[in-house]
Design a protein. Sequence first.
Length: 56
Amino acid sequence: MLSNITKRLTDMGLTPVVAVELEFYLVDPKRDSKGFPCHRSLPVPASVKNTPRCTQ
């Protein structure tokens, strides 16, 4: 099936290209009591705002 599509594109003068995008996040492995990373750059959700957080 892929070879058929590739041939059709080639016949139209097009060159099929495939790309991969890798994503990863670097976070502190320490977690708070709710499972969130200790050092967050995003706002803390209201549902966890008054729960104990990590201490340094």
